[in-house]
Design a protein. Structure first.
Length: 473
């Protein structure tokens, strides 16, 4: 049963509608009970700060390589509370940053090698999930980039030669005309698309919860309800005690700004999602989406879409992209205006969803470095390291980061430790209020650019070009 749209324009919601409560992905199994907090001071070999994919993958590969290592994961809430349990469910080979920047600093060949590692990382996650018995609803049907106006089509076509140079061969990114796209899914107004096989649909919370259970069985200690307030050389400080470690790895992604001394390191970019109630068979027949392809439109203020395992559509995008002072929400509540924006995009792309209610909405933050390029780092002198700044492509990249951190911690020089994101230096973001004014202005500009392009412009709007130049995207 669904409510009707109110005169005030609030979203059409189901009788079971939930706003926040971390994310829809936790609804099936419920918010997990917290593991015990840190009981006091502790000495370990590796302390991992943050209970998301990055820490868990790092712990997994370290334990596999050296089972006697003493490893502790320190998490303020529960494993998967952050982006790992709130993302769009894209296990994608999309790079975590601007490959041209990696190529500029290290050369084209290392940048291509990194892209190839992203391809293989998709399959590595699938392999581990199967081997460890983690049922995360994984289905690898690829990713569709869809153009719905002339400017978007031109942008996709003109970007293809660059992709080829960055390691995307003809089988890695395939061009589709409107009819070929419609054989996979019918997106209203679509005129051109590109399809990559290197992407799988996942249920994010199931993956992170399953991975946490696996590493715990391997002997990794996970302390939840344990906030790290300060990181010092070979120490992580919490209200419950201090953890001394040979290596302390920061893996907080969008929550990094809340750590003392890290306010301007990575910008916590806000992203919001809605998920519908299950669609009737007639709607799926009209849409023609029988597989589990992930879909992204090519708007400047883009959206990302998945068909869930239980027959819903989940769609995400930028609502309020940034909060003053790098503040972040705690439970994922999303304002009505953002819900309406996402609902409008949903109806625009899939008119068959008209009258289908929204069942859940939530928000979360991702980490964005000033140059939009992720990094991995380990300092042998201080024992401090980190991985992150995944710019929204962390589901796969965290696996690559975990394997790279394993090699760095074990002091092994490998192909992974030679990738161009290792030890990359990035300047911090501007101080407030410049940071807030800049980010908010940029996304106003992107929305204006989309309006211009939708009105018939046949090339990327000048507004978007200037915004990209200023933002560093």
């Amino acid at each position: 049963m669904s409510t009707t749209t109110t005169p005030s324009g609030t979203p059409l919601t189901s009788s079971t509608f939930v706003n926040g409560d971390v994310s829809f992905w936790f609804r099936e199994g419920g918010i997990p009970a917290r593991r015990p907090a840190l009981p006091g001071d502790l000495d370990v070999d590796v302390a991992l700060v943050g209970g998301g994919y990055t820490s868990l993958w790092t712990a997994y590969y370290l334990k596999q390589a050296q089972p006697d290592l003493r490893i502790a994961v320190l998490e303020k809430e529960f494993a998967g509370f952050g982006a790992s349990g709130r993302n769009g469910g894209w296990l994608s080979a999309e790079p975590p940053g601007q490959m041209r920047r990696y190529a500029k600093s290290h050369g084209q060949e290392p940048a291509v090698a990194m892209q190839r590692e992203m391809f293989s990382s998709v399959d590595e996650v699938i392999r581990v999930a199967a081997e460890e018995g983690i049922d995360a609803g994984i289905q690898k049907d690829g990713l569709l980039h869809v153009a719905t106006n002339a400017a978007q089509e031109r942008r996709l076509r003109e970007g293809l030669p660059t992709l080829r140079a960055e390691g995307w061969g003809e089988d890695d990114m395939v061009e589709l005309d409107a009819d070929q796209l419609a054989e996979r899914v019918r997106v209203a107004g679509a005129r051109y698309a590109q399809w990559s096989p290197h992407c799988a649909r996942i249920q994010p919370a199931k993956l992170v919860r399953g991975l946490a259970d696996v590493v715990e069985r391997m002997g990794v200690a996970i302390y939840e309800g344990t906030e790290v307030t300060e990181i010092r050389p070979r120490e992580a400080v919490t209200p419950h005690g201090t953890v001394k470690a040979t290596y302390v790895i920061r893996a907080l992604e969008g929550f990094t700004a809340g750590l003392r001394g890290h306010r301007r390191v990575w910008l916590p970019m806000n992203s919001s999602m809605i998920v519908t109630e299950p669609l009737p068979a007639s709607a799926w027949e009209e849409i023609g989406w029988r597989g589990a392809e992930l879909i992204g439109d090519e708007a400047n203020s883009y959206c990302y879409i998945q068909r869930t395992t239980d027959g819903r559509i989940a769609i995400g995008g930028r609502g309020i992209p940034y909060m003053f002072g790098s503040h972040v929400d705690q439970r994922g509540e999303t304002r009505a205006a953002t819900q309406m924006q996402l609902q409008a995009i949903l109806r625009q792309h899939f008119p068959a969803t008209e009258g289908v209610a929204i069942d859940h909405t939530w928000s979360g933050v991702l980490g964005v470095p000033r140059d939009w390029c992720a990094t991995v780092h380990l300092d042998e002198k201080t024992g401090l390291g980190w991985a992150g700044g995944y710019v929204g492509h962390g589901v796969t990249t965290t696996n690559l980061a975990g394997r790279t951190l394993r090699d760095l911690i074990l002091r092994q020089k490998t192909d992974l430790t030679r990738l161009p994101w290792v030890d990359r230096k990035v300047r911090g973001w501007e101080p407030e209020p410049l940071r807030w004014l800049g980010v908010r202005s940029l996304y106003v500009a992107y929305r204006a650019a989309d309006r211009h392009e939708n009105s018939g412009l046949d090339r990327t709007s000048v507004i978007a070009r200037v915004a990209n130049l200023i933002s560093g995207r």
